[in-house]
Design a protein around this ligand. Structure first.
Ligand code: ADP
Ligand code: MG
Length: 295
């Protein structure tokens, strides 16, 4: 069932139960019923009824043998939506528009009627091996949901820092739990953007954003590729947006060096391969590091 539909089916009691399960996430995998009753402060028949309905919607899972309950990603999505809606960040949730390697992205309407994207982190849904490559910063955490919350916080923080400094990243509107709200970019990923009119200009814009991240904010993206760039095209102009920032590293971290090289090399090679346009990698690195102002 679609997330927006489930959201509309839930009562305040059910949201209260979800909120309590979520707040106990750091202490329990499965929350015992008594603990939940202590938190929610409602008659247990009400709580059980709510749990039954939440289980039907797959927002909660019951332990196979014990009266213990665990919130699922669906439950976390609903909790985040409730918070975002109460804070006035979003007013209406639409359909799912993207699935990444560790997230699901929905289109939504913001308080000011702008169209936004809600990115719900879903770490742990794909194999750990695939994620490990870019997820060095939380490798010792065991709980996927807590990792997803950390990722959302990191992405929100860095987009906020970049906003106003480069036009080539999405604008951040807000966050809650494991969800980040950013402006919706009407376009396609660079990998699926076939016939660029001015490929060299797009590449230069991307490198200018990499430079800005490095010089103005002191960070390296760390997972830059043709999958993490969306190109929005009008009759006049093609604008790239670098998305998907949670694995960023600060330039104070020695790890940033190989990552910066990888990021820069990756996009340059992509443009060479697909469009035959080329910028010298060491020249681009000097530009990004602020050692020269030209590309
Ligand atoms: N702001 C946005 N506007 C439109 N589509 C988006 C936006 N952010 C992400 N998407 C879509 O969702 C997909 C996954 O997003 P991404 O941030 O790369 O997450 P992941 O970490 O899962 O790869 C993207 O490839 C893109 O198709
Ligand atoms: Mg991505």
């Amino acid at each position: 069932m679609e997330l927006a539909l489930i959201y509309r089916e839930l009562s305040e009691v059910e949201f209260k139960v979800l909120k309590a399960l979520n707040s106990l996430l750091t202490r329990y995998e499965y929350v015992p019923l008594e603990e939940l009753e202590g938190r929610v402060k409602l008659p247990s028949t009400h709580i059980l009824k709510a749990l039954y309905k939440l289980t039907e919607f797959k927002a909660v899972v019951k332990h196979p043998t014990m009266p213990w309950f665990r919130i699922t990603y669906v439950g976390l999505d609903l909790t985040a939506l409730k918070k975002l809606s109460e804070a006035g960040v979003i007013t209406h949730l639409g359909t799912r528009v993207g699935v990444g390697k560790e997230s699901e992205v929905y289109i939504a309407k913001a308080g000011n009627d702008e169209i936004v994207a809600v990115k719900f982190y879903k770490i742990g849904r794909v194999s750990f091996q695939k994620v490990r490559r870019v997820r060095h910063y939380t490798i010792d955490q065991t709980n996927w949901m807590l990792m997803s919350k950390t990722a959302a916080e990191r992405e929100f923080k860095i987009l906020n820092a970049l906003n106003g400094k480069t036009p080539y990243v999405p604008k951040a509107y807000g966050m809650a739990e494991h969800a980040v709200v950013i402006n919706y970019i009407p376009g396609v990923e660079l990998i699926r953007y076939r016939d660029a009119r001015e490929p060299l200009e797009i590449l230069k814009k991307i490198l200018s954003a990499v430079r800005c991240a490095y010089l103005c904010v002191g960070v390296v993206h760390g997972d830059l590729s043709e999958y993490n760039i969306i190109v929005s095209s009008t009759d006049e102009v093609e604008t790239p947006y670098i998305i998907d920032w949670p694995q960023y590293v600060y330039v104070a971290d020695p790890q940033h060096e190989p990552l910066l090289l990888r990021d820069v090399e990756y996009v340059i090679k992509f443009f060479k391969r697909r469009y035959g346009v080329y910028i010298d990698v060491s020249k681009a690195l000097r530009y990004v590091r602020g050692l020269s102002d030209e590309l």
